[in-house]
Design a protein around this ligand. Structure first.
Ligand code: FAD
Length: 411
């Protein structure tokens, strides 16, 4: 086991001039539009449609923006954008970024025709914005993705797929126009027998179940999605039937199945999710630092106490460490460098845990004020917690890293 040979591939984390310009543009939107609205939408616990519209109007909520950042040659566009958005607010940030998860599921595994048909429909257009939802989790299949029970049965006569099951925890679930559903084509094969299906807008049989009332990221809609005899055309199988049949045939012959599609989506999206957590952590570190220079006790700024300054030192150091892991993983993903030690999972694990710890330290530095809703750090702390849970819990990330570094079947 050795560290990845980054130098051989021209490893560099220097953002391009385009990325730096984009960062400042997104930052201005986060500072001027998202932050001032954050407390209100957290309290309302509703999708912030007017903010999504505003973002669409300037081209920030658009397929073009996401595609450009995703294609950044250094791999840094998306992570830089997400850090700024989530620095503004995580709930609104996720309301803007949630569609990206569904888009990535289609972009990573879909055919060019599927990308051309469905990605624009996930975003809509200014004045008529739309959302996408990626639905993998189920009541009995959270961390254990292989346990997915939602079934997909092929109706050859009609060239249609019949989907039945219950999805849970779906970001934008039920309010999205396009849903991407992970379902079991052959449940006996666990995750190797799964595939993703696009459910077009207005398809009968798909409905929203309960909407969850959450601890944090409350401006982001999270709900169950019920699939009751949902019929989708054959062309909605992500990647196409030929590819699925070839994969199932390889498995039947005892060969390798390759990575199954949901796992591939998670792997690619992990550094992006890590970047969101970095954004929250940075917001908290900056806010607490500023506060520590303004608040006086015992006749001096509280930041002059080593106890506070050392805490700030740890906070800033760990935010930078989390960002570097995130950028490294994003660079590796873009350059097709093998994640030999689960570097994507490392970024998500460290960034998520950092966000929780740093936002908690920020509350401590603000004292009583930090514990109230008059100051943003208590909201940031609530928001940060999701990053140790979704897109694979911290325990699951450790399991993946543990397997990668030991080569053992860690359970
Ligand atoms: C706000 C929110 C938004 C979400 N958005 C989406 C979405 O858009 N699409 C989607 O598909 N899903 C989404 N999820 C689901 C999310 O990915 C799952 O909640 C997560 O994978 C954990 O699954 P679970 O909640 O069933 O927990 P469980 O799997 O039941 O885990 C419970 C606890 O047991 C631990 N655990 C489980 N297995 C092991 C093991 N083998 N070893 C050690 N510890 C273990 C976990 O780490 C955790 O601490 C979202 C969840 C939330 C809360």
């Amino acid at each position: 086991m050795s560290s990845p040979d980054l130098t051989a591939a021209g490893f560099s984390l220097e953002p391009s001039a385009d990325v730096l310009e984009m960062r400042d543009w997104v930052h201005d939107f986060a500072r001027d539009v998202i932050r001032p609205a954050a407390a209100e939408w957290d309290e309302r616990e509703e999708t912030p449609w007017p903010i999504i519209e505003q973002a669409a109007k300037i081209g920030l909520y658009s397929l073009d923006f996401f595609a450009t950042q995703w294609m950044d040659p250094a791999g840094l566009g998306m992570v830089v954008a997400f850090e700024e958005l989530f620095w503004g607010d995580a709930g609104i940030g996720l309301a803007l970024a949630g569609t990206g998860l569904a888009a990535v599921a289609v972009a990573s595994n879909g055919t060019p025709e599927q990308m051309g048909e469905w990605l624009p429909q996930m975003f809509g257009s200014p004045g008529d914005v739309k959302l996408g939802a990626f639905c993998s989790s189920e009541p009995d299949a959270g961390s254990d993705v292989a346990a997915i029970r939602t079934s997909a049965v092929y109706d050859q006569a009609k060239d249609e797929w019949l989907l039945n099951g219950v999805k849970t925890w779906a970001t934008n679930g039920g309010i999205a126009d396009v849903h991407v559903i992970v379902a079991a084509v052959d449940p006996r094969l666990g995750s190797r027998g799964q595939a993703s299906f696009i459910v077009p807008p207005g398809t009968p049989g798909l409905s929203q179940g309960q909407k969850f009332r959450k601890h944090g990221i409350r401006a982001s809609h999270t709900a169950e999605v019920i699939l009751d005899n949902v019929r989708v055309p054959g062309r909605c199988l992500v990647g196409g039937k030929d590819r699925l049949d070839a994969r199932l045939a390889r498995i039947a012959e005892g060969g390798s199945s390759g990575e199954q599609s949901a796992m591939r989506t998670f792997e690619k999206s992990r550094p992006s999710v890590a970047a969101m957590a970095v954004g929250i952590a940075r917001a908290a570190a900056e806010y607490a630092t500023e506060y520590s220079t303004q608040r006086h006790q015992f006749g001096r700024p509280i930041g002059q106490n080593q106890a506070i300054a050392f805490m700030l030192a740890d906070m800033h150091a760990s935010v930078d460490a989390a960002r570097l892991l995130t950028w490294r993983a994003a660079w590796m993903a873009r350059h097709g460098t093998k994640f030999g030690r689960a570097e994507g999972s490392m970024s998500k694990l460290v960034a998520g845990e950092t966000a929780v710890r740093v936002t908690e330290q920020a509350i401590q530095i603000l004292g009583g004020n930090g514990y109230t809703r008059d100051y943003p750090v208590e909201r940031w702390h609530r928001d940060a917690k999701i990053f140790t849970i979704f897109e694979g819990t911290s325990e699951i990330q450790r399991m993946i890293i543990g397997r990668a570094v030991t080569g053992l079947d860690v359970r």
